[in-house]
Design a binder for this molecule. Structure first.
Ligand SMILES: [Zn+2]
Length: 211
């Protein structure tokens, strides 16, 4: 569902650009709003959410999809935790659809999907591993890296129930906005993947804003 936001970027308390292949680890407080903007279009933002006060509670794809009876995320979606509690609600979305089924890229998936020699290409899982290793104060470990959301990524479900990676439906300046319902630790990998159309074969920067 396409729904624009009234928020003024000039009033955001934090605005940052995340280059392709970089990660972003940040705490946002309950009641704050996070916007992720696809600056140049066709970019996937692979995102994990944790309860900032107890990181054993984290985003759950299965609770979220079961709760909303739909496999795609958009305005109105409530992002639920493994304890089946609401973590964030998507309040605006100018892209219209986001994936949470496709998972994140890793050296293993690079090898299986593309080629043995793609194993050492940079992946989202590598970026998350780097983030948790560089930030022990977050309390996160590699065991906390589980299912994620791929904002802006287009993973249509076929008639037979299959999943395909398709060319993106996002475009320059499209954004998704969500309000936190608990204190949240956000971990984004701005996807470096070069081997499938989720980034248009050309990973580009995204921006984050917090109000
Ligand atoms: Zn990726």
């Amino acid at each position: 569902m396409i729904k624009a936001s009234e928020r003024n970027p000039a009033q955001a308390r934090l605005q940052q650009q995340i280059d392709a292949g970089d990660y972003w680890l940040q705490r946002i407080a309950a009641g704050e709003t996070l916007r992720i903007t696809d600056l140049e279009g066709n970019q996937a933002a692979d995102t994990l959410f944790f309860n900032a006060d107890d990181t054993a509670e984290r985003y759950s794809m299965s609770e979220t999809l079961r709760g909303q009876h739909n496999v795609f995320l958009t305005a109105g979606s409530v992002l639920r935790s493994n304890l089946d509690r609401p973590m964030l609600t998507i309040t605006a979305d100018t892209c219209g659809r986001h994936d949470t089924l496709g998972g994140a890229c890793s050296c293993e998936s690079n090898t299986v999907r593309y080629d043995l020699e793609k194993r050492h290409m940079h992946s989202c899982r590598d970026s998350w591993m780097l983030a948790v290793a560089a930030h022990p104060e977050s309390g996160l470990t590699r065991r906390d890296i589980t299912h994620n959301i791929n904002f802006f990524m287009n993973v249509p479900v076929t008639h037979d129930g299959g999943l395909t990676f398709a060319d993106g439906i996002s475009a320059p300046g499209k954004y998704v906005e969500m309000v936190a319902q608990m204190n949240i630790l956000v971990l984004i990998s701005n996807c470096p993947q070069l081997n499938n159309p989720c980034n248009g074969y050309n990973p580009t920067p995204i921006a984050v804003s917090v109000w």
